[in-house]
Design a protein. Sequence first.
Lengths: 138, 247
Amino acid sequence: MSERLAPTEYHPRWFRRRVSTYWWLERRSYLAFILRELSSVFVAWSVAYLLLLVRAVIQGHSRYDQFLAWSSRPFVLVINIVSLSFVALHAITWFNLAPQAMVIRVLGKRVPGPLIMASNYVAWAISSALVVWLVLRT
Amino acid sequence: MADQITLQVARYRPEEEASPTFQEYDVPCPKDWVVLDGLNYVKDRLDGTLSYRWSCRMGICGSCGMTVNGEPKLTCATFLADYAPGPVRVEPLRNFPVIRDLVVDIGDFMRKLNRVKPWIVRKDHKPLSEGEYRQTPQEMDEYAQFSMCINCMLCYAACPIYGLDQEFIGPAAIALAQRYNLDSRDEGARERLEVLSEHEGIWGCTFVGECTEVCPKNVDPAGAIQRYKLTAALDSLRAFLVPWSAR
């Protein structure tokens, strides 16, 4: 796409600043971006963990108890606590970015960004409340 | 307030040196002076060999973009007093090859800009006798934000993706493509999609969002790119589900 620069008589050489390997530490926003990207790994782990839980439930009581015992081991607990914080970061950062990616019009007027953001949080709160209700019901 | 402030200006003289060095100049610092005024003072009174670009001094031409204390800024809209007591470090825009001192090569951006056809594309032009192409205020409102772009390239300087991959078409080019795609008079969206749906087009963007943060005209290129991704994804889905509907 871009043409390579070639020196000419009047431009003997260009100087191009090298991008540091640690460019993502240069600005807070770059670091926040990298952490958001990294959060995808923990989201994937959360999905895998959920699938393992479902499999244990399907396989019966003893397998489920084994899964709970495994889940209460310190290293699994640490992984899950770290994952929870990254999944929360993932959700919050994407909810905050949603208004930039979505243009919604109601009756010809553009829905303000904060309202789109708030609707995401409300949906999150409702689904969390539903899960809490399902868990505490028994 | 200090009467003077020190500018640490990046100098690069390709015929003399292999990499840039910094030169310090003390310039007056009245409260209404911007960084560009400081550079003009240097050029006029202290050192006529300093090279930099500027033109309008009022945030319209987009020529005077530089890196001020590590941030991409329009130097005509960045007040020296905000950096008092200094020093103020002035460097060329990042992510572009430096030709001399504060002047960068903008050829890559200009070629990319041309590829997205930032003009109104019509299949058929109606005769002049039928008058102008009319537009309602609502239709203009669709693209007005993106039409504010002044091609200052601060967004390219802030974009780490462009820094790492020079093939990425970049924020301003995509925002300007979107400006014309959303224009009710335009019929060139399909042609632009071919360029923008390339890997180095919209999909190169990982939504760092710094382009929007540094934009002096509130264009929001990051938003334009994400909206374009949605359009392109829906277009691909439509082509897959209803292939006969392809325009």
